[in-house]
Design a protein around this ligand. Structure first.
Ligand code: SME
Length: 163
């Protein structure tokens, strides 16, 4: 299977997400293995958007998030529910956009290069959080409502395959 996720540089961010979700939906069709899906999702998002760090944390024993498949520098392996941006998105069951990580109380700095962040919860068919998609940027103010909408669309397609 040869699949690339590179897009023309003249596309707007919203157009890029639209094109990405179309290609992504084709890529994941028929696959329901969690690790395989998460690994290819991280790789595809990394290729399409050039994010500094993109990956997953998965709920473990209702107390911890454990590091899952990702692309980027080595990261923290465990995050407690309600802690950091990831643990907050889990506890509140909402996407959290952080324009400046230094202004987010309790932010967990896995890398000192990370300056802004977005975390999208993965909701399973019962509406429970199964994990989170976490993306970090080396720049301030990287993520906005276009990223929120686009990444929630990616996560919806992903979770539709897992059930
Ligand atoms: N900054 C995150 C921790 C995970 S790393 O960014 C990969 C947080 O505060 O939850």
């Amino acid at each position: 299977m040869e699949k690339t996720f590179s897009y023309p540089s003249n596309l707007s961010k919203r157009e890029r997400y639209t094109a990405f979700i179309e290609d992504y939906t084709t890529m994941i069709e028929g696959e329901d293995d969690l690790v395989s899906l998460l690994a290819n999702t991280a790789a595809a998002l990394h290729e399409a958007f050039g994010f500094f760090w993109v990956g997953f944390y998965l709920v473990h024993d209702e107390t911890w998030l454990h590091l899952g498949p990702f692309q980027g520098p080595v990261a923290c392996t465990r995050i407690k529910r309600g802690r950091g941006v990831c643990g907050t998105a889990w506890a509140e069951e909402l996407t959290v956009v952080v324009p400046d990580v230094d202004q987010f109380p309790g932010h967990i700095a896995c890398s000192s290069a990370s300056r802004s962040e977005i975390v999208v919860p993965l909701l399973n068919t019962e509406g429970k959080v199964a994990g989170v998609l976490d993306i970090d940027s080396e720049h301030l103010n990287t993520f906005d409502d276009v990223d929120k909408d686009g990444l929630e669309g990616v996560v919806k397609a992903l979770m539709g395959n897992i059930g």
